[in-house]
Each structure stands twice: as structure tokens, then as C-alpha cells.
Design a protein around this ligand. Structure first.
Ligand SMILES: *[C@@H]1O[C@H](CO)[C@@H](O)[C@H](O)[C@H]1NC(C)=O
Length: 113
């Protein structure tokens, strides 16, 4: 199951596109969360399930290229049942200086090996 996700292009237009594709293929395996800069984001899976990160983008204005946040979020949340952290430039850099930003995460809940 996980391989199918990894074959997807890394840079699909938005986290929402990834979530839509994910839901269309694995309806029970996909969750999307977003949080604004400096807010706290919460990822949770049901009991016994573990987080698998599909995509994480840190987006500002349309004119700015989204920042790739997947590596950081995956390292932080991988194989955990719940995961929480602050959305902050110190983790993801600043992909859009002078604009408000938002983090979009698409994840699944797997059996977690
Ligand atoms: C987020 O917090 C930093 C300080 O850590 C601050 O400089 C920045 O303006 C804040 N951004 C927003 C959108 O509140």
C-alpha cells in the first residue's frame, strides 16, 4: 500500500490534490490537516495505528513556491500514534517572506512497521 503513495509525484500542485488522490484510492487511509504559521498542528490515528506522512507543504502566497516540509514532519511523526508540533519557520524555513503561511499535511494511519 505504501509504495503506491511513494510513486506519486512529490510535487503535486497542493496538499489538497494529494489528499483528494489519496482518498480516491484509499478512502480509509487518508487524513488531511492544516495549521497556520505559529499554530499547533495535531496528527492522530486510531488506537494501534501509526502515522505515515504522504505529503507536507508549507505554503504562503500563490506567487511563492511552496516549501517542502515532508522530510521534517515525517521524521517527527513517523510511526507515532499521535504527533503534535508548532508550525514555525525555524523548522521549515520561510518559503514566502512577508506573507502569512500555512502547513498542509496529508497522512495515513498504517500498521506501522
Ligand atoms: C510567528 O512567530 C514569529 C516569532 O517566533 C513572529 O516573528 C511572526 O510574525 C509570527 N507570524 C505570525 C503569522 O503570527
Amino acid at each position: 500500500m505504501r509504495e503506491s503513495f511513494q510513486r506519486w509525484p512529490n510535487n503535486l500542485a497542493t496538499g489538497l490534490t494529494v489528499l483528494f488522490l489519496c482518498l480516491s484510492v484509499f478512502p480509509t487511509f487518508c487524513h488531511g490537516v492544516s495549521a497556520k504559521e505559529n499554530q499547533t498542528v495535531y496528527l492522530t490515528c486510531s488506537t494501534g495505528k501509526r502515522i505515515v506522512i504522504h505529503s507536507a507543504e508549507y505554503r504562503g502566497a500563490k506567487s511563492c513556491t511552496p516549501g517542502e516540509a515532508k522530510a521534517w514532519v515525517a521524521k517527527r511523526c513517523r510511526k507515532k500514534n499521535t504527533c503534535t508540533f508548532q508550525v514555525h519557520n525555524r523548522y521549515f524555513g520561510d518559503p514566502c517572506f512577508g506573507h502569512h503561511k500555512k502547513l498542509f499535511v496529508v497522512y495515513g494511519c498504517g500498521n506501522g512497521e
